[in-house]
Structure formats: structure tokens, C-alpha cells
Design a binder for this molecule. Structure first.
Ligand SMILES: [Zn+2]
Ligand SMILES: [Zn+2]
Length: 210
């Protein structure tokens, strides 16, 4: 049975927060909980899912501003992050540079690594390290669902910015070429902001990658 995926557009930067759940076991994870993630909890309650973990594609504040939902559970939910983004996480994702205060939630206990395989229900999710927007950015690839959660690496006709601390343009382009454009062309890409797209669409029409 296919995984249940729903998108919430949250916060002033219009972040896409994703709820991913296995309809059989009811186990669910939240990817990049942004501001007002209480809305995600309401949906989880209504559908009687069991939230097990929080996964961060990277540690920018707008992708973790809702991670405090972890404290609604006993014990608090575990958060997953690539270790190369821990320094950024410790600075609350750079929130202070934007003049706002963000409480980043529990310190990540699940440390993602490239090639790691995670099971959710009957689906296998592959972690890929895709640095460039931040040093520890990861994506989550679901081959059976032809789906990839790509955070701020690539957007519909756009790419992630590389002018923030830890950004690297060459690395970002390399991550896209080697980890995203090598996926099957009909793979759907779910980004951290904006509409969904596909590998084929971005290979053909992304103005930054020609
Ligand atoms: Zn970002
Ligand atoms: Zn973002």
C-alpha cells in the first residue's frame, strides 16, 4: 500500500512541511516541521497516526521552527539530522540573523549518513547526502513511491541559495547532478518551498542547470 503523503504550507517563508505515514502500521514521520506545526499534529490525531520521529533535510531555522512538537510526546520524539549540519543546528539555524528567536527542539539523536536505509511500514527510504545549500543537507528518496523529498537543494525551475554560511555553489550543482538527476526521470521532487516538480522537468527546463 502506498505511503500517505500530505503537504502543509507553513510560516512566513511558506515552507513545505511533509507528513509521511504508512497506512497499515499508522507509523508516521514529519519532515521539516516549520512554524505552526500544531496543524500537522491535528491531522495526525484525526487520522490516528502514530508520530514516531522528526526528520530534518537541513538545519535552517525555517525547517525546524516547529520541532518543539517533539515535546508533546513522552518521551520526546527523536529528531534526525546529518552531523555536518549540527553546528548550524546549535545556532538555531541562523534565526538570529533574521532577527527572530527560534527554539530548535530536542538535540538530534538520529544522525543520518549517505546511503542509510530507513524503513517506514513497507517502504524503504534512502538517505542521500546532498551538500551545497548547507554542509549537512540530505534528501529522502523513496524508490517504490518514485518520490524524493529534496529540501532546499532544488526547486521548480530553481536551486537552493548558496550565499548563506556553509553554502557552496559548485557542491550544490554537483549534488544535483550526481544524486538527483541520476534518479528515474518520472521521480516526483518535493521541495522545501514551492510546487512539486519532477526530475525530467528540471533536467529539461531548470535555467540553472543547462
Ligand atoms: Zn534552507
Ligand atoms: Zn528553506
Amino acid at each position: 500500500m502506498a505511503l500517505y503523503v500530505t503537504t502543509f504550507i507553513l510560516g512566513p517563508l511558506e515552507n513545505n512541511t511533509y507528513l509521511l505515514a504508512d497506512p497499515e502500521t499508522k507509523k508516521a514521520v514529519v519532515i521539516d516541521p516549520s512554524f505552526d506545526s500544531e496543524r500537522v499534529l491535528e491531522t495526525i490525531d484525526r487520522l490516528k497516526f502514530e508520530l514516531t520521529e522528526i526528520w530534518l533535510t537541513h538545519a535552517h531555522f525555517d525547517h525546524l521552527a516547529g520541532a518543539t512538537i517533539a515535546y508533546r510526546f513522552t518521551p520526546p520524539l527523536k529528531t534526525g539530522l546529518h552531523p555536518d549540519d549540527l553546528p548550524l543546528w546549535k545556532q538555531a539555524g541562523g534565526a538570529v540573523n533574521w532577527g527572530i528567536h527560534v527554539e530548535p527542539g530536542p538535540e538530534p539523536e538520529i544522525l543520518f549518513c549517505h546511503g542509510q536505509k530507513i524503513r517506514l511500514g513497507n517502504s524503504i527510504i534512502e538517505v542521500r547526502h546532498v551538500p551545497g545549500h548547507t554542509p549537512g543537507h540530505v534528501m529522502f528518496y523513496l524508490p517504490t513511491e518514485k518520490l524524493a523529498f529534496v529540501g532546499d537543494v532544488i526547486f521548480y525551475r530553481g536551486i537552493g541559495r548558496t550565499d548563506l554560511p556553509g553554502g557552496n555553489f559548485k557542491q550544490l550543482i554537483n549534488s544535483i547532478q550526481t544524486q538527483i538527476f541520476t534518479l528515474p526521470p518520472d521521480t516526483t521532487l518535493l521541495s522545501g518551498h514551492g510546487p512539486e516538480t519532477t526530475v525530467a522537468e528540471e533536467r529539461a527546463n531548470n535555467p540553472f542547470l543547462r
